[in-house]
Design a protein around this ligand. Structure first.
Ligand SMILES: [Zn+2]
Length: 218
């Protein structure tokens, strides 16, 4: 079945969508990327888009989701903002991707050495930057309380910030909450390591189709 088609997306389960991201990152870190023919992709996607994932990530120039997950044009709705924070426009974009286009996986992706988190920690205030950094402050407070917790990469604030954004999306978007409850979409939290290229899929709330009540922890 053609990857960029309505039929493909309708048949893809949220868990399969999650696996596409996991496998894509494995190819990326092993330098085994697919041979992306960009002109062919333009041709394949010219009549419509059917991205299987919507990913909220940081604007950091080292964290391009298409590269990290070895995907091409038309595969990912990429929402990028400093510190992968959530606001109403971002919630609207996520709702559009999941409810109206049918993306199966919603991922929040943070990363190590995040400049926005560092600036929030340092208490930077300037222009519009102040308001954005204020949204990160609760994550920094949570990370301080969780100092002993084990994570694959030692950056508690990055992990707490991803958890915080996932929590905000689930509590503020009725659309996402309902689709998630029905198992129509999966939710994933990850942290990208800028030194190795590896993603730690530390939170996976994606239900397997045949085991609808089971929560899978990666
Ligand atoms: Zn960042």
């Amino acid at each position: 079945m053609r990857k960029h088609s309505k039929e493909y997306l309708q048949n893809l389960t949220p868990y399969q969508g999650y696996e596409l991201l996991v496998e894509g990152n494995k190819r990326f870190i092993n330098n085994l990327q697919s041979d992306h023919d960009h002109l062919e992709m333009i041709n394949e996607t010219r009549e419509g888009q059917y991205p299987f994932a919507v990913i909220l990530s940081c604007m950091d120039s080292r964290t391009s989701t298409e590269l990290i997950f070895d995907q091409g044009l038309g595969d990912i709705f990429s929402i990028r903002v400093a510190g992968n924070i959530v606001n109403n426009d971002i919630l609207a974009s996520i709702e559009y991707a999941t409810k109206y286009i049918g993306s199966k996986v919603l991922m929040v992706l943070g990363h190590t050495e995040c400049g926005a988190i560092k600036s929030a920690k340092a208490g930077v205030t300037d222009g519009h930057i102040t308001a954005l950094l204020n949204r990160i402050q609760p994550s920094i407070a949570k990370a301080m309380l969780k100092e002993e917790e084990y994570h694959q990469f030692s950056d508690n604030a990055a992990y707490a910030n991803v958890e915080n954004s996932l929590e905000e999306i689930l509590t503020r978007s009725e659309i996402v909450k309902e689709m998630f409850k029905k198992g129509e979409i999966g939710l994933v939290g990850g942290v990208y390591n800028i030194e190795t290229g590896q993603v730690d899929f530390f939170k996976n709330l994606t239900k397997r189709k045949k085991e609808p009540k089971q929560l899978i922890n990666a």
